[in-house]
Design a protein. Structure first.
Length: 385
């Protein structure tokens, strides 16, 4: 943990004033899950800071492959029961039975599907929605299951959450929730994600052009766009390398794509790596790229920014809040523009330096202490009303 900040010191005061001695968190997946991503990091960062402030925190989530059903991490308790689908039934039942103890407040993470807390949870609660999934269901599910997911997310759940307190990481995600879910604007607040202090300038830039991608290997990340972009650039920049950090069920398909395109010599899959190794990758890369079709924020882009590394990313909700086009990075609308933007940043040293410096400046002030405080204040406000 980093040094104490005013925001972290205030956490304990807010909790005490509101009587929030015990907080429970409901999340689809845990940080140890093989497909854990930004949502899981977000929940873990908040829970650890609440625990450090003296709050008793219990997080309920689904099984993590190869890991025990119950652990303690950074001062909070993690209970992992059931699979990816049954957790949405089991977690509410365990809460109603007070398994794991009673709570004073509840944080629900709505990741595609919510836990439908308005139907059963009593007391102060807040729901965090990173982004609306929408057509993402069709990318990962069979047609029938995709249709069911869309109906539950876009039609059924929003009717139940009309009077719930909703948090989301960015203004663009807030607008998405208003327009697509129909939840009243006065119920939704944007609370930016933080950046761990370990992400900072230092180290040595690679001597040769290096593009970095960090994230889960899943369809909506559109890794194939970036692989194709780097392949197209190689005739003019033969030393360019693409580093992909992360795991996911698309790995085998991406391996085949790389092999078929004879890209094995310049595309390197690193898998899951240590936090220290990730920092080194951000610091050595010339740019961080994201071709995602859906994001609530863009955590990897802000982590790179904190290390002084600019971004090239798709112009989508979430990305438009963390990347200032032409100032801290370049935003693009299609695959052709992605290729051109990556090449521009790699070949224009002055542009790359200016973008990186501005990105680092903008990343200053984004702390997990502030995020944890604002989420807790959302729950506390309901206690004091």
């Amino acid at each position: 943990m980093s040094k104490t900040t005013p925001d972290r010191e205030k956490l304990g005061d807010v909790a005490a004033a509101a009587g929030l001695r015990r907080m429970h968190v409901l999340a689809w997946r845990d940080l140890d899950d093989i497909e854990a991503g930004g949502s899981e990091v977000h929940a873990a960062e908040i829970a650890s800071r609440w625990a450090a402030a003296g709050i008793e925190v219990v997080m309920r989530t689904s099984h993590a492959q190869g890991h025990p059903n119950e652990i303690e991490r950074d001062g909070y308790r993690v209970i992992r029961r059931r699979g990816r689908h049954l957790v949405f039934l089991d977690a509410p039942l365990q809460e109603l039975r007070h398994s794991g103890g009673r709570r004073d407040g509840l944080l629900e993470v709505w990741n595609g599907l919510p836990f439908f807390t308005p139907l059963w949870a009593r007391g102060p609660r807040t729901t965090f929605i990173h982004h609306v999934h929408g057509d993402m269901w069709r990318q990962v599910m069979s047609p029938h299951l995709a249709r069911l997911g869309e109906v539950l997310e876009l039609r059924v759940a929003p009717r139940l959450y009309q009077h719930s307190r909703i948090l989301t990481p960015s203004p663009s995600s807030r607008q998405q929730i208003i327009h697509r879910l129909g939840i009243p604007a006065n119920q939704i607040t944007a609370v930016p994600n933080g950046i761990d202090p370990r992400f900072s300038p230092g180290g040595t830039r690679s001597a040769h052009p290096r593009v970095l991608v960090v994230g889960r290997l899943v369809p909506h990340k559109r890794l194939e766009w970036i692989i194709a972009a780097v392949a197209a650039i190689r005739p003019r920049l033969p030393e360019v390398q693409l580093i992909i950090v992360g795991e996911g069920y698309e790995r085998s398909a991406l391996d085949r794509l790389v092999h078929d395109q004879q890209a094995d010599t310049f595309v390197h899959f690193e898998g899951r790596i240590s936090p220290e190794a990730l920092v080194d990758h951000y610091r050595s890369a010339w740019l961080v790229a994201s071709a995602s079709s859906h994001e609530g924020w863009g955590m990897t882009l802000t982590e790179g920014a904190a290390c002084g590394t600019p971004a090239v990313a798709t112009r989508i909700d979430g990305h438009v809040d963390v990347v200032q086009d032409q100032r801290t990075g370049l935003l693009v609308d299609n695959q052709h523009e992605l290729t051109a933007a990556i090449e521009q940043v790699l070949t224009d040293g002055d542009l790359r330096t200016a973008l990186g410096a501005a990105a680092q400046t903008r990343a200053d002030g984004l702390t997990w202490d502030r995020t944890a405080l604002e989420v807790l204040e959302s729950v506390a406000d309901q206690c004091l009303q």
